[in-house]
Design a protein around this ligand. Structure first.
Ligand SMILES: [Zn+2]
Length: 93
């Protein structure tokens, strides 16, 4: 009976971890499925946010800050809009 509390704590930890990882994986999958920049422009007529109409945007790497696969999100509402592949930077001399 005295084992019940630790078992509940451990299960809660594992279930919480599972939920967090699932949410992260789902978000990453949604980002990978974002349309390419040209496809987005064709479909919506411009690169403006399709949710709020703002033209400001910020971009970030898919996997990390230096990833060449860039995700562009609206600067106003923060929703992900499209992705593009950044041209490889010239090698440092
Ligand atoms: Zn927006």
């Amino acid at each position: 009976m005295e084992l019940i509390i630790p078992v509940i704590i451990i299960f809660t930890f594992f279930i919480g971890s599972f939920v967090l990882i699932s949410m992260h994986l789902r978000k990453m999958g949604q980002r990978r499925a974002l349309p390419e920049r040209d496809a987005y422009r064709q479909r919506h007529g411009s690169l403006a946010c399709r949710h709020c109409g703002a033209t400001g945007a910020r971009d970030y790497g898919l996997d990390d800050q230096n990833d060449d696969k860039r995700i562009v999100a609206c600067a106003d509402c923060g929703k992900d809009l499209f992705q593009y592949l950044r041209a490889a930077a010239p090698a440092a001399v």
